[in-house]
Design a protein. Sequence first.
Length: 394
Amino acid sequence: MKYLLLSLAVLVPVAGVSLLAAPRGSRARRDHWLAAGIAAGALIVLTAVFDSLMIHADLFYYADELISGMRIGLAPIEDFAYPIAGVLLLPVLWRIFARGEDDALSLRARLRALFWASRPVSWINTAYPFAAAMFLTHREVDALLILGTFYYLVPYNLALYGINDVFDYQSDLRNPRKGSIEGALLGPEMHRITLGAALVTNVPFLVLFVYLADPLALLAIAISTFALLAYSVPKLRFKERPVLDSLTSSTHFVSPAIVGFALAGAQLTTAQALILGAFFLWGMAAHAFGAVQDVMPDRAAGLGSIATVFGAKATVRIALAFWTIAGILMLFTPFPGPLGALIAVPYLINCAPYARVSDADAHRTNRAWRRFIWLNYFCGFLVTMLLILAVRLN
């Protein structure tokens, strides 16, 4: 992997955050960038001088195939990413943590809003599939695994949920579940910031993935990114298209695993296909069951979903059927895969009591939905134990 790409993957989001955090007044903004420019110039000169001296003294070297070849003195151009990142990021950190400044408080509030908009409780649901797929293929931790896992941990979820919160603002105002771990309530003042943050944190990683991807991986990345956007953006709004909403939502969680397999160059086996199929059904079941609690508010607002079409009772039963079929698929995988069928059981137990829920009482399923959020952590632990067992057996 080229060092220049790694540097850009860090510099672009840092630059985006720095632009968002810069002072608003014209004079203050001018003074800010003048000071940053002077500091950057000094650090670039110092880096060029001392890195050149250290390289000349053979204290370290760079593999020629991993650098762009552009140099200042003897120092590769990639060496200058670190001082530039420091110049851009340190003033942001100063303003965040400096006490007694109203603007610093405002910036902290914005960052806090972005943090909650990314649904930190759900980060693991997308990062884990990618990491597991790559590790099971390579059996080692490398830079791509670390970067990809971080991408699907934070930036991906900021885009997935942040974009949703921006375009769902009017309906979220009427939803009592918003403003909690079940979803942020982003005010209009945060909409532009959220979309900008999603852009600058996602693009560098996607550029990196595309650079490393073969045609199959490119297809997986394209489908994953399209599903992320299509779920929420106007005109497409797959989240308001019944059944397609559950299909798209499941793609959000399964596609990171497919991207992980594809970037690692894995040859998809029958067992892996069955596991991905079971995972996809799990995702559809999760979305369908989550839609049940909002069936009445969605109908009142004129919004469509799998639950508004089939009704609360039928949708719960559809979710139960999907979880059951997912468990059955696992029975056809090599050992210890069949043990994974048992992981469907806690979800069935959690949701089965609502198999006869009426539309009027659908809001009561929120209790099971809150349990579902934490149930994912318990079942994730069980999946991890199965993966460890599978690695040891193979």
